[in-house]
Design a protein around this ligand. Structure first.
Ligand code: FRU
Length: 491
């Protein structure tokens, strides 16, 4: 790797694999993340995209169609097996989405405390250009019977609960048993919406069954909710240490190198009391004598220590995936960024990629990058992960002008690119296809699925495939199965 004049060199990462139950945590360092700024054009005219185009999602047209008139839709996932292959069931493709009622009198920004997991389905095996413009998904309703997820919070104080992201495992493609892993949330808030006690986030399992006939898809079960993991304050930060802790978004998989063992990655934070100024030289990651290095004291003086994301790992202790044990975090981002969300393990050509989503506004002081997908590659599920693309970590950002203040999705900075919040919550699917939801395009709110895009992924580099779809944008909500269950029949 050669450096960019005026910027530090990225940290050297070997990609070496370590034992999954070992205690090595890779670092996404400040030296790494600064490569994003190093590759941003400081002199674009205000509101353009300043970032390398091969790492940027093409602009979504402002006249996008919506998936459904009655529900907001955001984080979305698919029906996967232990290898993250995406299955259709009995001739139907199925997706699971966080949803909120559009007609209940609250807006898209209030969705988080009203989130319910809903599902949609559509016939499998139809080309995107032969489907309706919005993807042709049929809304199937809520997955979990009303209130069933509240059993996890029995005996605790809360005022409202929500169902946050996770993943859906088809336990055996020869039958219809599915296991939902999701984040069960309980908030305890006063009338003005302030937390009385920190929100409770519990990674939870619930078992169900998928059914389909010629006309529709439906689910049974999801009545029993088993709490799997609460942050322990030792490996993962908890609410007593930081009322703004992040702990959610379970994704399970089997490692082909450890057959029969089930792992889970999830979003967390480095354990410890919030506000303790203790990032280290290793978190900064500068090479010896780099003339552009910051000192630890400079970084601590900037307040960057409030941002300490961690990508967590747990291992299943039984075959029914109902007992899990924390392992040491796979990646930390201390003094770099506070959120590494919806992490997933993507195994391709013997390489292990961790993809995760993050925000511009959760970066620590002095480091910057767009909303979107970040990626890290190593030789095993626990590795000295190399941040992809010139050592930066950026894989697929929204069009963003890093020279201008971020603004927000609900209150745009008029000088910022009007697509800086166009999409979020991306999930990388088989074949490098990436789905996400639309947040804000030219001040129009989305709450619907984005056009699918395609990444070319090779070693530690990636690029948006501009030959895919229309200038790089595929169908809205085009989320195809790459495998069929053995019940393929009916049609
Ligand atoms: C990402 C996310 C997830 C969480 C959900 C809550 O968009 O922050 O981490 O599960 O949204 O709405």
């Amino acid at each position: 790797l050669t450096g960019v004049p005026g910027f530090p060199l990225p940290t050297i990462h070997t990609q070496q694999a370590y034992a999954p139950d070992g205690d090595f945590t890779a670092r996404w360092t400040r030296a790494d993340a600064l490569q994003i700024k190093a590759h941003s054009n400081p002199s674009v005219s205000a509101g353009q995209n300043s970032l390398p185009s091969q790492l940027i999602m093409p602009g979504i047209p402002a006249d996008f169609p919506t998936i459904n008139p009655d529900v907001w839709v955001w984080d979305t996932w698919t029906l996967i097996d232990k290898h993250a292959d995406q299955f259709s069931y009995n001739g139907w493709e199925v997706i699971f989405c966080l949803t909120a009622d559009k007609n209940a009198g609250y807006g898209f920004d209030d969705r988080h405390t009203h989130a319910r997991i809903g599902f949609f389905y559509r016939r499998a095996g139809i080309r995107a250009d032969q489907r309706p413009a919005n993807g042709g998904w049929i809304y199937g309703g809520h997955l979990i019977p009303e209130g069933a997820q509240e059993q996890v919070f029995k005996g605790t104080a809360y005022t409202i609960t929500a169902e946050w992201s996770g993943s859906m495992r088809l336990l055996d493609p020869r039958d219809n048993k599915v296991s939902l892993f999701y984040t069960d949330m309980a908030f305890n808030r006063d009338a003005s919406g302030q937390d009385i006690t920190p929100a409770q986030a519990v990674i939870t399992q619930s078992l169900g069954q998928i059914h389909a006939d010629f006309n529709h898809v439906w689910f049974t079960g999801f009545t029993t909710h088993t709490p799997l993991l609460r942050p322990d304050g030792v490996l993962y930060q908890n609410g007593a240490q930081n009322p703004y802790y992040n702990f959610r978004d379970p994704f399970t998989f089997e490692d082909p190198n450890h057959p029969g063992v089930n792992y889970m990655v999830f979003e967390g934070n480095t354990a410890g009391q919030r506000g303790v100024a203790n990032c280290t030289a290793e978190d900064l990651g500068y090479r010896p004598n780099d003339p552009h290095a910051e000192t630890v004291q400079q970084v601590l003086d900037s307040g960057a220590y409030y941002q300490k994301a961690a990508i967590g790992l747990a291992v299943a202790e039984d075959s029914s995936l109902s007992k899990w044990k924390f392992l040491t975090p796979l990646i930390s981002a201390n003094c770099v960024n506070d959120q590494t969300e919806r992490p997933q393990m993507y195994i391709k050509n013997g390489k292990y990629y961790i993809f995760t989503i993050s925000h511009r506004t959760t970066y620590a002081a002095g480091v910057d990058g767009p909303d979107g997908v970040y990626g890290f590659v190593g030789n095993g599920i626990r590795s000295d992960f190399q941040p992809m693309n010139y050592g930066s970590g950026l894989v697929l950002g929204n069009p963003t002008d890093l020279n201008q203040a971020a603004g927000t999705d609900y209150d745009a900075n008029p000088l910022q690119n009007p697509r800086a919040f166009q999409s979020y919550s991306h999930y990388v699917m088989p074949g490098g296809l990436v789905e996400s939801f639309i947040d804000t395009v030219e001040n129009r709110r989305g709450g619907t699925l984005s056009p699918t895009v395609k990444l070319g992924i090779r070693a530690d580099a990636s690029a948006v495939d501009l030959r895919y779809g229309n200038g790089g944008l595929g169908g809205y909500g085009d989320i195809p199965a790459n495998r069929a269950d053995i019940n393929v029949s009916a049609f």
